[in-house]
Ligand binder design. Structure first.
Ligand code: BEZ
Length: 387
């Protein structure tokens, strides 16, 4: 075939694809913006796996539409976030954005999604502002706000009778907001946070800060770390002998997806989160079994959040019978859904954040085992959201 004929044929194929997509018959384009490198790489992979598992369980389609994936590694790097998200919005022309893990990157994604009116489902990053002052009809979170697990941990620390706490975290939105949640819960029970320690993300040189904890001897330490940084922190805390003298608690990210690497250092740690590995429900059992079969790995909270992101999208698309042009039907259904999650059923607030139980968990072997409900049907305060 001559070049001109080939180009004409190619143009016809491309315009047919665009036509099919607009008519609601072509694939739905999903842009996954997640960390695939760096300290949060494991979290990004688990989210993608969970999302794809749910789609596979629906026969590879949502609301009768094929799914086509586009991927960007955001490296948990806020300075590259706007360029990265625009690759998906402007270059790949995706219908739905799914991302990300790091709150600083997610804030830039949320701004771009708002400006371009692209649907966004946040499958991890807890930045309070996304479902606070930045809330929007086209943005929903399948995970948590940073405040929620921090608050649940603070409530439990207060119930345990601790009076004086120190906190330690990375110096960015997620750490600061988790610490604020902890302080709110802890102070409600009569406790006081006497000192906040932090270091830049994703630094893992903890030694000087551990020395300060040993010198101050608080009743309890609250930590927010996740991924590779959480592995190193929990091991360093034990290596310094602090696990024998100062109880360590945290938002459950401290011990989720990390236990094989943390080994003995994590045993017995108490954390609070919206998931526990051993929730003995048919939904969680089948999810964990299918995940293990598909990926030869144990599911964790990040896999659950990816799975639930796909469930929320499915609810929206099903209400619109797969027609992306019916935006109001999609966004309304994504708010109205009761998600039948492996974590237990949850609803979505007007601001777009899960209203969910926060569990107290204890590390036993390679599991975060359920102990009790730290906070029932906890809603984020959603300060500043005007919807
Ligand atoms: C965050 O940046 O929002 C975040 C990262 C990892 C785990 C939890 C929250």
């Amino acid at each position: 075939m001559q070049l001109a004929h080939r180009l004409t044929a190619l143009a016809a194929v491309l315009s047919f694809a665009a036509f099919a997509q607009a008519q609601g018959t072509g694939p739905i384009k999903i842009g996954l913006m997640l960390p695939y490198t760096g300290t949060y790489a494991g979290l990004g992979n688990a989210i993608e796996n969970g999302f794809k598992l749910y789609v596979q369980e629906q026969g590879g389609k949502l609301a009768g539409r094929e799914i086509q994936y586009f991927k960007v590694d955001d490296e948990s790097e806020p300075s590259k976030a706007t360029d990265n998200v625009n690759k998906l919005i402007k270059r790949d022309n995706v219908d739905v954005l799914v991302g990300t893990v790091h709150s600083g990157v997610a804030l830039a994604m949320a701004k771009a999604a708002k400006d371009s009116n692209t649907l966004l489902i946040v499958p991890n990053a807890g930045a309070d502002a996304i479902t606070g002052p930045m809330c929007a009809a086209n943005i929903v979170r399948s995970s948590f706000s940073n405040w929620q697990p921090g608050y649940g941990t603070g409530i439990v620390a207060g119930q345990k009778g601790y009076k004086k706490a120190m906190t330690i975290t990375w110096n960015y939105a997620a750490g600061a907001e988790a610490v604020k949640g902890f302080a709110d819960g802890f102070e409600k029970g009569g406790g006081k946070v006497v000192k906040d320690l932090n270091l830049p993300f994703p630094n893992v040189e903890f030694q000087a800060l551990l020395t300060e904890i040993a010198a101050q001897k608080p009743d309890v330490v609250f930590a927010f770390f996740a991924g590779g940084g959480a592995v190193k922190f929990v091991k360093d805390y034990a290596a310094a002998g602090l696990n024998k003298t100062v109880p360590l608690m945290g938002s459950g990210f401290l011990t989720d997806g990390t236990l094989e690497a943390q080994g003995a250092a994590a045993q017995g740690l108490l954390t609070a989160l919206h998931y526990a590995d051993d929730l003995d429900t048919p939904r969680n059992n089948s999810f964990r079994k299918n995940y293990a079969l598909a990926y030869k790995a144990n599911a964790d909270v990040y896999a659950v959040q990816g799975y639930d992101a796909a469930q929320i999208l499915n609810a929206g698309l099903t209400a619109a019978k797969g027609d992306l042009a019916k935006r109001d039907a999609i966004t309304a259904a994504m708010r109205k859904v009761t998600v039948d999650s492996p974590r237990g059923k949850f609803t979505i607030s007007a601001a777009g954040n899960p209203v969910q139980d926060i569990y107290l968990r204890e590390v036993k072997g390679n599991n975060n085992e359920f102990r009790s409900i730290a906070a029932k049907a906890l809603a984020d305060p959603a300060r500043g959201c005007k919807l």
